[in-house]
Each structure stands twice: as C-alpha cells, then as structure tokens.
Write a protein that binds this ligand. Structure first.
Ligand SMILES: [Zn+2]
Length: 302
C-alpha cells in the first residue's frame, strides 16, 4: 500500500475554507464562499473559494491555487515554509529531509539553526551577559523563547564550530555568518548579544547582534547581510510569534528594534512586531501584516 505524502495528508485534514477563513472573512455564496481578494485591492468581492475543488480563484486579479499556494502568497513564504505551517496546523510530523537531498537553501536554514544553538550555549556559559540581560528586564523564559544568544569576542569560534558540523566555507559565507579576507574567514558577529530573526513560519533566516562592550568603533547593532534566505526589506521581526495574536486582535503594535519587541511579548502584548531600516523598507514590511488595522507605536531601546 502506498503511504500518502505529507502534502496529501495535509490536504485531507485541512479544508481550503478553513485555511482561508483564518486569514480573511469569508461569506457563503451558494456552494462556494466569497471575499474581498487579499491579493489585490477591491471594494466588491471577486475572490471565490470552492470547497469541492479545494481551491480559490480571483476573477479580479487571477490569483488561484490550493492551501499551499494561499499560504505561500499570503505569508510571503516558499513552498517549504508553507509546508511547515500547514503540517503543524494539521498535526502531521514532517520527516527531516536527508542531508544528501538537501538543497542550498535548506543547508543555509540548517546553518542558521546550528549557529543559533552555538550562540545560546555561549550565553548559558556566560553569567555576566545573562545577568546583564536580566537587569534589562528579560526573564529567563523569554531569553529561551526568543533563542537569544551570544557571539564570543573571538575570530573564528563559530566558523570552526560550523566546519565541525560539516558545513563548507562557501555555505558559511553564503549564510552571512563569516567574512572573507586575505587571511581567511572570520566570524561576522563577535562580542555581541545575538537575536535570531525568523520568517513567518519560524525558520531562522538572519541575526541582529547588539554589541556587548562598546569599543567606540564598532556599530552598536550589526545585522546579517542579504542572503539567499534573507532580504532585509521583506522582514517584520517577531511576525512568527505575533501573527495569531494579530489575527485575534485585528491590530498590531509596531516597535523599533529587537529589545522592544521581546519586552512587549514578555509583557503579554503578543501582537507586537518590529521593523528597522529605511522608510521604504518599513512600508514594504508593513504589507506583510495579516490584520487590516494597524496601531503604530514607535520607541527606541538604547
Ligand atoms: Zn484578486
């Protein structure tokens, strides 16, 4: 007997109307449902959902597809990202892809995951920095939830750790974790409190590192460069943790920077997201918000 693929199993468990209606309001229209299209601007509904065909179609802009393409489009994810979200929702465990079959992007996601674990371990072994974070109001649980870590003030500790885990020089460089010089590779983040940045499905795609001891010449905050899995303009920090609450509350709180984001979540304001960058980048990032209403609240943590 053939065992159904995870994709088939997910499609059997989750209906199109269930998925779409968790993002937008659907109205019954005969055997179908209709709504104002989430993918183009319109006043009268031309977006139709067909439970029979397990698909959606928009007569206005031509958007169409199944639950997977809907999540990809709506959340701004690739197929694997949508698969992760839907598998969790359907309660279907995904078997880890074997390393041989792993594509470039998957390798980079895994490198970021390993780097995160490495930074977390450094922090756990560094009482002084832990105490500092607690003095700034962070609880231990929050530090764990947000996977905050520390990059040692050293040249190649992360590089060597990732090499020992089987990553190539090129992969580590592509992930934006090291810089290349004539003398070889050195860690991009050194002596910094590390905040992992996730996409909306929760995969770690970048880091923001805040300097721990200011030497007067390094930038206070250092972010990952654009990589095959990270584009600065397309990220709202904390969206993976905030999206349920944003949908429930139908508004979101926008803050600037990782610390404000984390402290807001810790205080119970789970519909908080953060952004950074230029005004244009912020504008683009806001397009990713699931709720129509927005409350802006800007502040700066120094
Ligand atoms: Zn449309």
């Amino acid at each position: 007997m053939m065992i159904n693929s995870p994709v088939q199993q997910i499609k059997e468990r989750l209906s199109i109307e269930e998925i779409v209606s968790s993002y937008i309001k659907l109205e019954k229209a005969g055997a179908n449902f209709k709504a104002r299209c989430p993918f183009h601007n319109e006043k009268t509904p031309s977006f139709f959902v067909s439970p029979d065909r397990a698909s959606y179609y928009c007569f206005g802009c031509g958007a169409k597809g199944d639950i997977f393409s809907f999540i990809e489009e709506f959340e701004g994810l690739d197929f694997k990202g949508a698969l992760k979200i839907l598998a969790e929702r359907a309660g279907i465990p995904l078997v880890q892809y074997s390393k041989e079959k792993e594509g470039e992007k998957e390798k980079l996601y895994r490198a970021m995951e390993e780097a995160t674990k490495f930074f977390e371990k450094n922090l756990a072994e560094n009482k002084k920095i832990l105490e500092y974070l607690k003095s700034r109001g962070l609880e231990e649980k929050t530090i764990g939830d947000f996977k905050i870590g520390f990059s040692l003030l050293d040249w190649r500790t992360l590089f060597e750790y990732l090499k020992s885990k089987g990553f190539s020089d090129k992969e580590i460089e592509l992930a934006g974790l090291v810089k290349k010089t004539e003398k070889g590779f050195y860690d991009r983040f050194r002596g910094r409190i590390m905040f992992p940045i996730s996409d909306s499905s929760g995969r770690i795609i970048a880091f923001s590192g805040r300097i721990f001891e200011d030497d007067g010449k390094s930038a206070k905050y250092l972010n990952s460069p654009d990589t095959p899995i990270f584009s600065k303009s397309a990220v709202l920090y904390g969206l993976d943790k905030a999206k349920e609450s944003i949908r429930k509350n139908n508004f979101s709180i926008l803050v600037e920077g990782q610390m404000d984001l984390i402290l807001s979540h810790q205080a119970g304001f789970r519909n908080t997201v953060a952004t950074s960058g230029t005004l244009t980048q912020i504008g683009q990032a806001l397009m990713l918000l699931p709720g129509p209403a927005k409350l802006l609240f800007l502040s700066v943590w120094m």
